[in-house]
Write a protein that binds this ligand. Structure first.
Ligand code: ADP
Ligand code: ZN
Length: 725
């Protein structure tokens, strides 16, 4: 019999598969997770990608054998096709994409045994008070772990061990704790308002009919989108199929999980970057074994090996955090739609401020739209006003205008909360020497050092470089000459504390968050009313429900507008709308105050008038006129090198190797807006093509013909780029 050969994809930065011989007696099929030898790496995990029917016999002798098969369910064709698709589209190597699907770690062996103790035989010969307490605990004849038993009886584990030796207690092996318990679709069904009911019905029908569809659940903040999309989840649970709910990582906080628990009676399985390796491995295996009905996860949960995925929900679908910017550059919302179409299942996108891409798809009828135009319980949308900083500016060196301060004062008198929003971490974005004008700059990057006073460090937000504040100016050696320029949240907190000395203030900013658990506690404290003023970055914008919050002050509404990003207007609108939407969710008399120097700007006008449609229409017209996404396609190529010259000359060589095509425009190379990061010089090329054009194919041909990168030069390709720095 001829030797059987299989092609195996390994999770390293390579596009091609490797061929291996299948040893006698090993039964392999595509999708099987195997161990294979791989050059100097030795034994590596890989996945059988295909049977190789016509291997070249010349290589047979040099081919190595598959070492063995891992005892996990095979990756389904659906997932393998998805890996191929994502790699093909993003130009990431297939191995890199596969790696995301194999993120269960190496911890695949059988789980650590859990041992329990239970009552077995006669009372011990020698009775002590401690032993009596243990016997009392076990009188219920239940099995518990040694530690639990010791704790319950208030004795040391030694006492339990003694009773085991005497034969009074015995040990038993317990089954592993399940990753997730079965949710009950009818555990607590809410009473829906009319619009909610209609949307819920539509979603149930969509799930029931199955097949690939995309629905945009478009509802104002506080309209109850979560409750409504839970109806789709419930229906999918009834159908006994798996559901994936994607969330931006930082939104994976207690509140959303608690709400799931209230609705379905159990917690969902979670998937995010902070899972322990053990939990990761067990969750991965349980998802593959169809033991997890619902996963709530960050974007990487898209690559889990679902046994029977029936529904994908993308919450806050417009969130920029869905774009992964390192390794494989993919957008999780877009890839969720792709995964849905491969698996032939419904996809649901939820947002109060849809991405322009999704809005256009809904307007053109490619996505179905379900609209929730009102807040639940009759609460009104917050009323929004501009504070014109050209006329009502705060005193010098201050950032809270008198009008905003007055509004905060009133909120405090009413025993309500106020949120001061500033999307900037640290104390001040720039520190300069008053004596000579010298600015403290990162030694590795083209950026200023940000003063983080809580940590007593100056920090680079691009590379993480940090140092203690210097005692004297490195340039003129003056002492005590540094001045902080501009505000960050820490400085704002100082100002708020001076203005409102009796208030309890909390700063929420990602650099101050030690862990998701800790953040969950702090958000909970806010929801419980343990703080009066919250000073926060975009960390507070997402999905949290603070019943006592009625005032939101945007300290610098113009902050995100002037950065040359084609999505700057959209992003600012979404972020500010979301933040202001935190106000008045319970009582319905929320107020948003926008401190701005340009109250005439279309973004400010749309926010103030509450005319979302006007904003989308003007933004869509703008994109259409300039052929920006979704009316045209973009890719960016970033070249980095240790020397400026090397980066630039490779950029030139790359540009001149671009295949000629009338439909494609190649712009650059130009020095990137942030020209140096981590000591590496950066140049960019921007590629523009029509909407229906196969840009990935064009890029692939280009790269195949382009000169190879050499030395320390690196090239990163980003299809559908979201960041332009
Ligand atoms: P959104 O996500 O649209 O901003 P949420 O889903 O967070 O809105 O809902 C806002 C608040 O209203 C939440 O506290 C939610 O529990 C509550 N809510 C929404 N719909 C209902 C309902 N039908 N019955 C009871 N409470 C509801
Ligand atoms: Zn730096």
């Amino acid at each position: 019999m001829a030797t059987r050969i299989v092609d195996v994809l390994v999770p390293v930065a390579l596009d091609q598969t490797y061929s291996y011989r299948v040893p006698e007696g090993l039964d392999l099929a595509p999708g099987d997770v195997v161990a294979v030898p791989l050059g100097a790496r030795g034994e590596t995990m890989g996945v059988v990608w295909a049977d190789n029917a016509e291997p070249n016999p010349r290589f047979h002798n040099r081919m190595k054998d598959v070492i063995g098969k891992h005892d996990v369910p095979p990756l389904k064709a659906e997932l393998r096709q998805f890996v191929d698709w994502v790699a093909g589209y993003t130009l990431a190597s297939r191995g890199m994409v596969l790696r995301m699907a194999l993120r269960m770690g190496d911890d695949l062996g059988p789980g650590r045994e859990r041992v329990g103790v239970r009552l077995a035989g006669p009372a011990p010969a020698r009775m002590t008070p401690a032993r009596a307490r243990v016997l009392h605990v076990f009188a219920d004849r239940l099995t518990r772990s040694k530690n639990e038993a010791a704790q319950e009886a208030g004795v040391s584990v030694g006492v339990i061990d003694g009773l085991i030796d005497e034969g009074t207690l015995e040990t038993v092996v317990l089954p592993p704790e399940p990753v997730a318990l079965p949710p009950d679709p009818d555990f607590r069904t809410p009473e829906f308002a009319l619009m909610q009911m209609a949307a819920g019905d539509a979603l149930r029908t969509t799930v029931n009919q199955g097949g690939y569809t995309v629905t945009l659940l478009d509802g104002v903040t506080g309209s109850g989108k979560t409750e409504v999309y839970f109806e789709a989840v419930a229906e999918n649970i009834r159908l006994k199929r798996q559901t994936l709910i994607l969330m931006p990582e930082i939104a994976l906080t207690g509140q959303s999980l608690d709400r799931f628990t209230e609705r379905f009676g159990v917690r969902p399985a979670e998937w995010h970057s902070q899972l322990s390796p053990r939990k990761r491995a067990r969750t991965w295996a349980a998802v593959a074994a169809n033991e997890v009905p619902v996963v709530v996860g960050a974007r990487s949960a898209l690559f889990l090996p679902y046994a029977d995925l029936g529904l994908i929900i993308v919450d806050e679908e417009h969130d920029p955090a869905y774009k992964q910017e390192d390794g494989a550059h993919y957008h999780a919302r877009d890839m969720a739609v792709v995964r849905g179409s491969i698996a032939k299942i419904p996809v649901l996108l939820a947002s109060a401020t849809p991405s322009v891409e999704s809005e256009v798809n809904a307007r053109r009828g490619r996505y179905k739209r379900l609209h929730l135009p009102e807040r639940f319980g009759g609460a009104h949308m917050p009323s929004i006003e501009a504070i014109d900083m050209r006329r009502e500016a705060p005193p010098r060196g201050r950032f809270i205008s008198p009008k905003l301060a007055e509004a905060v004062q009133i909120a405090l008198e009413r025993k309500e909360q106020a949120l001061l929003f500033l999307n900037r971490r640290g104390y001040a974005p720039l520190t300069l020497c008053r004596a000579c004008g010298f600015r403290l700059q990162c030694p590795n990057c083209d950026s200023w050092l940000v003063d983080h006073r809580f940590k007593r460090r100056l920090v680079c937000h691009h590379c993480g470089f940090n140092m203690p504040p210097p005692a004297q100016c490195p340039n003129c050696h003056a002492t005590e000459s540094f001045a902080a320029v501009g505000p960050g949240v820490e400085r704002l907190e100082q100002e708020a504390a001076e203005l409102f000395p009796d208030s309890r203030i909390l700063v929420l900013s990602s650099d101050l968050v030690e862990s998701i658990e800790r953040l969950r506690m702090e958000l909970d404290d806010v929801a419980q009313g343990r703080f009066d003023i919250i000073v926060g970055t975009q960390l507070v914008a997402k999905g949290h429900h603070f019943p006592k919050l009625n005032l939101v002050g945007i300290v610098d509404a113009d902050l995100g507008l002037g950065n040359g990003d084609p999505r700057a207007g959209e992003r600012t609108f979404q972020l500010l709308h979301q933040v202001v939407g935190r106000a008045g969710r319970e009582e319905g008399r929320g107020v948003g105050l926008l401190q701005t120097h340009q109250p005439e700007h279309p973004v400010m006008k749309a926010l103030i008038s509450g005319d979302r449609e006007a904003f989308y229409s003007s933004e869509i017209a703008l994109r259409e006129a300039s052929s920006y996404p979704p009316f045209g396609r973009l890719a960016s190529m970033v070249i980095t090198a240790n020397e400026r010259h090397a980066a630039e000359s490779y950029g030139r060589a790359l540009a001149s190797a671009a295949p000629k095509d009338e439909q494609v425009r190649v712009l650059g190379p130009a020095e990137a807006p942030v020209a140096v990061v981590r000591g590496r010089h950066r140049f960019r090329l921007l590629v523009k093509a029509p909407r229906a054009y196969d840009l990935s194919g064009y890029l692939r041909d280009w790269l195949a013909a382009a000169p190879k990168v050499r030395g320390n030069v690196k090239l990163e390709v980003d299809v559908d780029p979201q960041s332009f720095f």
